[in-house]
Ligand binder design. Structure first.
Ligand code: NAP
Length: 248
């Protein structure tokens, strides 16, 4: 019987894990939320769209006879991770969290932590006049009431209103280079950078570029997570999966 592994994805780590497991002959089904118009597709099977909360996910795990689940979603995707905890508990399926480490303050960078997007929005006035906002398409509403600063908003797909009154949107997807980030910030006269603590190397270049240009960064902390076995390494996750599949 070919019991599949479910990878909750939408990240580079999820794609790396799927590729490693497919190489080893594991049947992998990766799940994407369907938020991005043209997502980077992982190797193996792919399903797209929500499950309908923890009940829907638990039913899906039973129907598909899933052997194990790896939650490799983005550190800020809290709802699907919480759903995975409840659903795997209900369906009696083992769960591992694969999460890249967060960033720590870069040397030489003026680094400010915010507890949430709303707190970042409240801290921002007075920190500069031209903001590079790289927190993604969701949650921009937190900054919509800001009429005093100008924003360069960078997202993968076009953001929807409400947006800050004075802004320009740049659509692009990482990875980015320090040279590219430095040039972009210079071109737009950026004097403050706002980011989530996404971690990883794909989008870290902006922090180094900000440091070089003497631009302060405002970093939104990751949301609290429920306690589940967690690794930061794809190799560990591969070993965990192979052990679970051997036991089936
Ligand atoms: P979220 O708030 O945790 O999820 C909202 C709902 O979307 C979930 O309740 C679930 O619907 C569905 N969903 C989310 N991820 C899914 C997945 N991998 N497969 C199937 N359904 C999923 O998540 P989000 O912040 O909207 O992020 C959506 C996706 O984008 C995640 O997969 C994440 O890895 C990726 N992503 C997020 C960010 C970010 O900053 N938040 C950045 C980069 C990539 P149901 O309840 O109906 O199952």
């Amino acid at each position: 019987m070919d019991y599949p592994l479910l990878v909750l994805g939408g990240t580079a780590e999820a794609r790396a894990l799927a590729a490693e497991l497919v190489k080893r002959g594991v049947r992998v089904v990766s799940s994407l939320a369907g938020r991005v118009e043209a997502p980077r597709l992982p190797e193996g099977e792919v399903r797209i769209g929500g499950f309908g909360g923890p009940e829907g996910l638990a039913a899906w795990l039973r129907e598909e006879r899933v052997a194990a689940v790896v939650d490799a979603t983005h550190p800020f995707a809290g709802r699907i991770s919480s759903s995975a905890v409840d659903a795997t508990h209900r369906a009696g399926v083992p769960l591992l969290r694969l999460e890249r480490p967060g960033w720590s303050p870069h040397q030489g960078v003026e680094w400010h932590w915010a507890a949430s997007l709303d707190e970042a929005a409240a801290m921002l006035p007075g920190m500069g006049e031209r903001v590079f906002l790289t927190t993604g398409r969701q949650g921009l509403v937190s900054f919509a009431g800001n009429v005093t600063q100008w924003f360069l908003i960078r997202c993968v797909d076009s953001p929807e209103p409400p947006l800050p009154a004075r802004h320009e949107v740049v659509l692009s997807r990482g990875p980015y280079t320090v040279e590219g980030e430095r040039a972009l910030m210079r071109r737009h006269g950026i004097d403050v950078l706002v980011t989530k603590d996404s971690g990883g190397s794909m989008t870290a270049a902006k922090l180094d570029a900000a440091g070089e240009l003497g631009i302060p960064v405002l970093v939104v902390r990751r949301p609290q997570r429920r306690d589940v076995p967690t690794t930061t390494e794809v190799d560990d996750a591969v070993r965990w999966v192979l052990t679970r599949l051997d036991a089936k």
